[in-house]
Design a protein around this ligand. Sequence first.
Ligand code: CP
Length: 339
Amino acid sequence: MSSRLSTPNIQLNEQGKLHHFLTLEGLKQHHLVEILDTAESFINPNTNEIKKVPMLRGKTIMNLFFEPSTRTRTTFEIAENRLSADISSLDIQTSATKKGESLLDTLWNLQAMQADMFVIRHAQSGATQFFAQHVAPHVHVMNAGDGQHAHPTQAMLDMFTIRKYKGDIFDLKIAIVGDVQHSRVVRSQIQALSILEAREIRVVGPKTLMPESPEALGVHIYHNMEEGIADVDVIIMVRLQNERMTSALIPSEKEFFKLYGLTEARLALAKPNAIVMHPGPINRGVEIESSVADGAQSVILEQVTYGIAVRMAVMSIIMSNAAQLAQHKAEHPLEQEEK
Ligand code: CP
């Protein structure tokens, strides 16, 4: 969580509405509530099925995953299909980037194929912001996770899941446990929970896995797991982000599980109806006991399912905002001349 990028308003259009979706930083509560409510509208309340709608018919969405993904990539692709968009997912390993083509040249070539939106995951913090600064004005960029910086659609599907199971977020005590320092998901979750005014946000983990100034996050810090999850409504476990650690920050995974692993005994310290969440991938026996991951209080797989509706919501809102802005400009040509 060392990287701090702070030009979030590049993602808003001149009407203050979403044009890209790069980070939750700087967004207002109404932006988030619109996403949650729109996602709800895509789910059939009787069957829980996610509807297919014609909203993005004729639009082309390109998925560029420079880093591995199971949940995000697949749910984006399903969401794009359910919105009736034309989609293309570039296989980076067999693309011309392997012949020395720069990322920007790749992007501009794909844009020349009449892309309307890019969904991008990249290991570098700030990569999606960089791409957003270099696409044509009518093209939109969705951040599917960039380095340690942000994973805003993951945080929004987490908020959607919490709201589904627990109701209003502002009544809730929520504990996020694990590798806070290296997690883009945690960073976005804390921003979302703050914007939605959660009653209490706790982060729990060893000092070595906390950012340098954790108090700057505006959360309660706990280094003792039992104290950190006592009486909470929601426990969000996150994995050790070993690929982002430059040195050994814990004695061993076994020791980490002993001190911070979510076991049935520890879960009993939270409220009796507390839910257990995890953005995935889960590491059984490292941050979570199998019986908890698969247990009655776990909503981990429901999070994955809700990711489809939430990603549909963000993409459809962005396209609808662009159409509204174009219509406004067509109806008020003098405003444009004055600018
Ligand atoms: N939660 C998440 O980002 O999972 P993937 O890496 O599988 O997309």
